[in-house]
Write a protein that binds this ligand. Structure first.
Ligand code: ATP
Ligand code: MG
Length: 305
């Protein structure tokens, strides 16, 4: 049996939460809907690559954007995809979470956005996961928000950088800062789709209307192909009625846009940051790793990949 689901006789797999035997027995997931049956992800099609660019976006801080970027990326690598993670947050948490020392970083995404004649290959770094590269950042990027304002086509700056990389990767995940400023608008303009992580607590939906408004404006004015790929519940504690109620509210508001896979609250995630590696390698058989594998499967199904 694979960790992300229950094998069926036809070779397909029903996603289930490995931590929740009740849900498994009833085939009802934590979002209150039956688990979908999804096929084993096929390896990427041979031939020239054309990466899907996905922005992880929520202007609310600490909702699991960076954790989801790193671990979804690593889970996608396990399906044979080549993945690039872009750290578009001056806090540099994604870079630190993959073992980059922000103080010794000479070239970062900042130099690609604002430097002239900087070669992208001098900025791309490897990660502890083979098949997953990163465009790191550090505090230098905080100046970009202001410096970009005076640039021509300032919203398209990241798009220009990432378009040149599409043929090298299958998926590019952009980890946004907790803001709806110019850097996030750049991410939404470069992206094909957005994933919105939501912490399963009372204020989860606060600010989501503002986010969906911003997405609609970007669709209208800058990037008509942009779509919301889905919302994912994070830091879910199934033992509390509260978390279950919050998740239900999210499903009531967003229906099938909500991913069936839900990420539980576990101390393993903060531990992975200290270890500088994703949960899929740090604790490969943990429920947290299984949850991100399950999310990866849903993401690929929604992308039609
Ligand atoms: N499922 C989880 N269970 C427990 N802790 C988690 C979980 N997901 C994330 N965390 C922890 O919560 C904190 C915030 O997570 P993360 O950095 O991913 O959020 P973020 O949305 O990227 O934050 P920011 O808005 O500051 O960029 C981190 O310390 C992380 O280790
Ligand atoms: Mg973050």
């Amino acid at each position: 049996m694979d960790q992300s689901g229950a094998a069926r006789s036809d070779g397909s797999t029903a996603l289930f939460d490995p931590d929740d035997s009740v849900a498994e027995a009833q085939d009802i997931g934590p979002t209150g809907r039956p688990w979908p049956v999804l096929p084993e992800p096929a390896p990427p099609a041979p031939g020239r690559k054309r990466a899907e660019i996905i922005a992880m976006c929520n202007q609310k801080g600490g909702v699991g954007k960076t954790t989801t970027t790193i671990n979804l990326g690593a889970a996608l690598v396990e399906t044979g995809r080549k993945v690039l993670l872009v750290d578009l947050d001056p806090q540099g948490s994604l870079s630190v979470g993959l073992g980059v020392n922000p103080h010794t970083l000479e070239l970062s995404i900042y130099n690609l956005l604002l430097g002239k004649g900087v070669d992208v290959d001098d900025v791309i770094a490897g990660s502890p996961v083979e098949g997953m590269d990163i465009l790191p950042s550090n505090i230098d990027l905080s100046a970009a928000e202001i410096q970009l304002v005076s640039e021509v086509a300032r919203e398209l700056t990241l798009s220009r950088v990432l378009e040149s990389l599409r043929d090298r990767y299958d998926v590019i995940l952009v980890d946004c800062a907790p803001s709806l400023g110019l850097l996030t608008v750049n991410a939404l303009t470069a992206a094909d789709s957005v994933v919105i992580p939501l912490e399963c607590e009372f204020f989860a939906l606060r600010g989501v209307a503002l986010l969906t408004d911003t997405i609609a404006k970007v669709q209208d004015r800058l990037n008509p192909r942009l779509k919301v790929l889905g919302l994912v519940g994070t830091m879910y504690d199934s033992r509390t009625l509260h978390a279950r109620e919050v998740l239900q509210t999210v499903v009531d508001a967003f229906g099938d846009q909500v991913f069936h896979s839900v990420i539980r609250r576990t101390v393993k995630f903060p531990e992975t940051t200290v270890a500088g590696e994703p949960i899929t390698t740090y604790a490969s058989s943990s429920p947290g790793a299984a949850a991100y594998r399950s999310l990866a499967r849903e993401v690929l199904a929604r992308l039609g990949a």
